[in-house]
Ligand binder design. Structure first.
Ligand SMILES: [Zn+2]
Length: 124
């Protein structure tokens, strides 16, 4: 991946992270009776994914936040943009749309199908 693309994607990741965290901060202010706001908790437990965020943010955004942290870590490690499933490079086009993507399009679609199949098995 070109350095320029990487830098652009990093900016996108940081911006989205900022958005989610400021939302978390807002929510934290409302629910800080226990003495510690969620945002303080977050800083301390960097990279930790836990129930509190899930409840405060909702499942989807908590998941994205986790994916963003992992993506930023992978950028530092030099493994960013590699599909976690098959090890191939994820296209820049896909990363531009979803900079925190863990999987290439093929794997993401397959995993999604599997997840749906599992979900419907549980249902019946
Ligand atoms: Zn893949």
């Amino acid at each position: 991946m070109k350095k320029r693309d990487l830098e652009r994607l990093k900016r996108k990741l940081l911006k989205k992270r900022e958005e989610i965290l400021s939302k978390l901060e807002e929510l934290g202010r409302e629910t800080s009776e226990e003495g510690e706001t969620l945002i303080e908790y977050y800083d301390k437990a960097a990279f930790q994914f836990n129930r509190e965020y899930k409840i405060a943010l909702g499942e989807k955004e908590a998941e994205i936040l986790k994916d963003i942290e992992d993506a930023l870590r992978k950028m530092d490690e030099g493994t960013y943009g590699i599909c976690e499933e098959c090890g191939k490079s994820i296209s820049v086009k896909r990363l531009t749309a979803v900079p925190w993507a863990r999987y290439c399009v093929e794997c993401a679609e397959r995993l999604e199908e599997e997840r749906e199949a599992e979900a419907s098995e549980e249902y019946y």
